[in-house]
Design a protein around this ligand. Structure first.
Ligand code: G3I
Length: 312
């Protein structure tokens, strides 16, 4: 079955894929990415990060983002912006300036309102990777200067720039119940209590074959009960190479575990894979000897794992 079709039949809003602009020169790749039966949503995997979009203070470069938005529009796909406030791939001037609280606040406000305002309409990861795995706040320039206030600053200004955009905070290792997802639970609860606009938790889903958490569904459900949506935003399930039939079999089960959890929780709105083919996966570049994390192999031929949105 085709993934977006199956996701919709399961009551979800979309099945999607991340994409980075250089890959669009690969026409068979682009053709598959543009197939609405497979992908109802695309995420900008690099081009809207701070270092690219505002490399120089106050000078915005929307070229890459505009290319992806135009493609999504043409294909009738939803678009996910990624990401406003993140300590990584951050423009060096933001840290180098040693700004005080007041100035950093206006820097965040300018940045988030410009980009969310430019890309009105769909979905944004407003804050990315704000916690450590032990559940404490990550000591970024934003946290060190503003404390937890920066969540509120970014979310409020994004909402003002476009009240229709769905605003998420997004992280890895928050799939199951653990100290880090507890941190998000408490944060979202506090934001809600203060009436700060927050629509969802993005659960990245960078997982390892055979090591998928067993409490995904319970975790998703507790966020749903708090009154926010959940989206799986960057799913890939890597393995140690070489690929074997056994590992692929386990991987298929692992994908199904994640998809089933999303199916089971009404407020889990959709699943996005972090690109759809191993040809453009970030994994081999980051984890030596690992790969084959995505449903399509590097020839972009057939999915090696069937993502069983239709199955029970
Ligand atoms: O564009 C340059 C190219 O000119 C140069 O020749 C090449 C040599 O290394 O590097 C290229 O830049 C790379 C860029 O991806 C584009 O391919 C960077 O080195 C590389 O660090 C960067 O990696 C990205 C990574 O975020 C950085 O943190 C990955 O593509 C991207 O998929 C990944 O995405 C993150 C999400 O944003 C947040 N969650 C985790 C996820 C995976 O790390």
């Amino acid at each position: 079955g085709q993934l977006n079709v199956l996701a919709k039949l399961a009551g979800k809003k979309y099945f999607g894929s991340a994409v980075d602009n250089p890959a669009l020169a690969d026409l068979p790749y682009k053709r598959k990415l543009s197939d609405i039966a497979e992908f109802g949503q695309i995420t900008a995997s690099n081009t809207l990060k701070w270092e690219t979009v505002e490399a120089v203070r106050g000078v915005y470069n929307f070229t890459g983002g505009d290319e992806l938005v135009a493609l999504a529009k043409k294909n009738h796909q939803l678009f996910r912006g990624h990401t406003c406030v993140w300590h990584s791939q951050l423009a060096p001037w933001v840290e180098a300036g040693n700004f005080g609280a007041k100035e950093l606040t206006s820097i965040i406000e300018d940045h988030c309102s410009k980009i969310v305002g430019h890309y009105k309409g769909d979905i944004w990861d407003i804050v990315n990777e704000a916690f450590e795995d032990d559940g404490t706040f990550r000591k970024t320039v934003f946290y060190n200067t503003l404390g937890t206030e920066y969540f509120e600053i970014a979310l409020r200004v994004a909402h003002k720039a476009d009240p229709k955009t769905k605003l998420y905070i997004n992280d890895y290792n928050v799939e199951g119940l653990n100290a880090k997802s507890d941190g998000y639970y408490n944060l979202i609860k506090a934001l809600k209590a203060k009436k700060v606009p927050i629509d969802g938790l993005g659960v990245q889903g960078h997982l390892i074959v055979g090591r998928v958490p067993t409490t995904i569904r319970e975790n998703f459900q507790r966020f749903a009960d708090l009154g926010v949506d959940i989206a799986v935003t960057e799913l890939d399930i890597r393995m140690e190479l070489p690929v074997t039939p056994e590992k692929l079999e386990q991987q298929k089960k692992d994908y199904a575990t994640v998809i089933r959890a999303c199916k089971a929780v009404r407020r889990c709105v959709g699943v996005t894979i972090w690109d759809y083919t191993d040809k453009y996966s970030w994994i081999p570049g980051w984890f030596e000897g690992e790969g084959a994390a995505l449903p399509w192999d590097e020839f972009t031929r057939a999915p090696l794992v069937s993502l069983l949105f239709g199955a029970s």
